[in-house]
Design a protein around this ligand. Structure first.
Ligand code: FES
Length: 80
């Protein structure tokens, strides 16, 4: 089970967290990954100063632009 969290704090919300959530949900659906990925929204991860929306995969935090969401998911999550 891979734990994936997208920050929905106010700063990340403004940077497009909602679009990332949509893209990830779509990819989980398309790839039938409901039983392999624990997908959550999280409150502020205290990474607001970084560019992009904070997304954690396992213990690693990444910073993502919404337009990179599908590419990120394919590389970091499907590829894991
Ligand atoms: S709002 Fe996302 S890290 Fe602070």
């Amino acid at each position: 089970m891979i734990e994936v969290s997208v920050c929905i704090g106010s700063s990340c919300h403004l940077k497009g967290a909602y679009n990332i959530i949509q893209a990830f949900q779509q990819m989980i659906e398309e790839n039938g990954l409901h039983d392999q990925i624990e997908f959550k929204a999280s409150f502020c991860m205290r990474q607001c100063q970084n560019p992009g929306v904070a997304v954690s995969v396992g213990r690693q935090v990444h910073y993502l632009a919404p337009e990179d969401a599908r590419r990120f998911f394919a590389a970091e999550i499907l590829g894991a």
